[in-house]
Design a protein around this ligand. Structure first.
Ligand SMILES: Nc1ncnc2c1ncn2[C@@H]1O[C@H](COP(=O)(O)OP(=O)(O)OP(=O)(O)O)[C@@H](O)[C@H]1O
Ligand SMILES: [Mg+2]
Length: 478
């Protein structure tokens, strides 16, 4: 028995052939066309169970047809395939009520699975979204396969309220993705409120999230609203969720389960209508094993997991990103630079421990500090080997692994620079010194020059600390 009738529209004969063969082999009846007018004739005649269509065709743009399809056949699922693999294509597909968006090239098995799901799920008319007010610029840059996966998940989530957990190394765009999801989603007219768990003293997190009543604790002089209240009707972005204290996790879990919360010191439950997007650069599964993160909360948040790839996993996006940041800098009055092919190549060879943020900072330095208009590989290599572009390792949020990685990258570059065997001696001492100085200086700054406390935080003897301060020529009171 046939699984259903599929209309396939694509102006590329090769794609028509592989798609129709794959679907008919898995039990669908198929009908193929190379233009949208024919497709529309079939659809409006009331036949077919599924449409699989390309976007740009000789007689038009499939997105212009989708509203007509929906008006005449609201229950008919449409799978959009496109080779224009940008974030906006994914967004348009989602806004036009496409059932799924498949960037080309895609896996035929995946298409078959989606087609089977599309024809077997209960048919509901898919909502169309008001598209007039969304911002037109493209927030997420990159067309790599790794980013296509991200766009597909985002497109699917855009018109829902599902909770999302974004994971990824520092600087991969977690906050940017959370904002894009809000700005292009159905809550775009509501507020976007962000709260960073790593940046707030632990004992204030609950009051920050849920607000407090006057007199709820020492120092609570007036009633104060929390982020949940501020985000009402919109999106609440819980950044660095892995740093949330246990008690606050318990409370958050209850809110997610019950859809209501009470303020600190308050009794009346308040209903909440917020979309939760959480982000982490830690591996929460490890945190769970170590008893630092509630497993049940993890499952609540991880309804849809989204992992953002590190920049080194998508080096093919570097040229697009460079272009994007050069444009931004030009708009900000920094003048127009050109980075030549050797420059792009040098960037593609680098490992980017600080990911897109590190690249963004590099381009900013190039735009601001260099007088020449064309930047070559030589300059890029110099800039990248000074190490200044590496993000300052913050113990709270970032993983220790970043330090090892940065050291490793530096050493790789160092030795390739001295490939002729002419590396200077004293490397061990030099490297440790490079680590020691910021380690001690930052700890002293953290303890505001209190050496007893600094020695304690560092876990070294006070006399050792004093000796180091002298040796490294640090000003302990700065
Ligand atoms: N795909 C992208 N296209 C354009 N800009 C990007 C992209 N990804 C990241 N950026 C830019 O890189 C910078 C870092 O992004 P973001 O702050 O979202 O990273 P993050 O993952 O939240 O980092 P952290 O874990 O350090 O908080 C931002 O300026 C952002 O605009
Ligand atoms: Mg962030």
């Amino acid at each position: 028995m046939s699984k259903g009738l599929v209309f396939i529209a694509d102006d590329d004969a090769a794609i028509r052939t592989v798609v129709s063969q794959a679907l008919s082999r898995s039990g669908f009846e198929v009908r193929v066309t190379s233009n949208l007018a024919t497709l529309w004739r079939w659809v409006s005649a009331g036949e077919g169970d599924l449409v699989v269509t390309d976007v740009m065709m000789p007689d038009g743009d499939a997105f212009e047809y989708l509203p007509k399809f929906r008006r005449s056949r609201p229950e008919l699922p449409v799978i959009v395939m496109s080779a224009q693999n940008t974030f906006m294509t994914a967004i348009r597909a989602s806004e036009h009520g496409a059932y799924e968006y498949l960037p080309k090239p895609f896996d035929l098995q995946q298409l078959i699975a989606i087609a089977e799901r599309a024809v077997s799920e209960p048919r509901q008319g898919r909502e169309q979204v008001e598209t007039s007010q969304r911002p037109q610029e493209m927030p997420l840059v990159g067309r790599s396969a790794a980013m296509q996966d991200v766009y597909r998940v985002l497109a699917r989530l855009m018109q829902t309220d599902l909770t999302l957990l974004i994971s990824g190394e520092s600087g991969t765009g977690k906050e940017l993705v959370a904002r894009a999801l809000h700005e292009y989603g159905k809550r775009k007219n509501g507020p976007f409120v962000a709260i960073n768990m790593a940046a707030i003293p632990r004992d204030l997190i609950e009051s920050e999230l849920f607000g407090h009543e006057k007199g709820a604790f020492t120092g609570a002089l007036t009633r104060s609203s929390g982020r949940f209240e501020q985000a009402e009707g919109g999106t609440l972005f819980l950044d660095e969720i892995g740093d949330m204290p246990m008690e606050a996790q318990t409370r958050l879990l209850r809110v997610l389960q019950q859809g209501e919360y009470t303020t600190v010191g308050g009794r009346t439950p308040i209903r909440t209508d917020v979309r939760i997007v959480a982000a982490t650069n830690k591996d929460l599964r490890t945190a769970i094993q170590q008893g630092q993160f509630r497993e049940d909360l993890f499952f609540r948040l991880n309804v849809v997991p989204l992992r953002l790839p590190g920049l080194r996993e998508r080096r093919e996006d570097i040229a697009d990103l460079v272009e994007h940041f050069l444009n931004l800098n030009e708009k900000n009055g920094l003048g127009r630079k050109v980075i030549d092919a050797s420059g792009i190549e040098a960037m593609r060879r680098y490992d980017w421990p600080g990911n897109v943020r590190e690249l963004e900072n590099l381009i900013l330095r190039l735009s601001a500090l260099y007088s020449q208009d064309t930047i070559s590989g030589e300059t890029i290599r110099q800039e990248l080997s000074t190490g200044e572009s590496a993000p300052a390792p913050a113990m709270g949020g970032e993983s220790f692994a970043d330090i090892s990685l940065a050291t490793e990258n530096w050493l790789t570059r160092h030795f390739s620079h001295h490939a002729g065997g002419d590396a200077p001696t004293g490397l061990y001492r030099d490297v440790l010194r490079k680590l020691e100085k910021p380690l001690i200086a930052a700890t002293l700054a953290y303890t505001r020059g209190n050496q007893i406390r600094a020695a304690d935080v560092l876990g070294i003897n006070r006399n050792t600390l004093r000796k180091k301060i002298r040796e490294l020529d640090l000003d302990p009171h700065r």
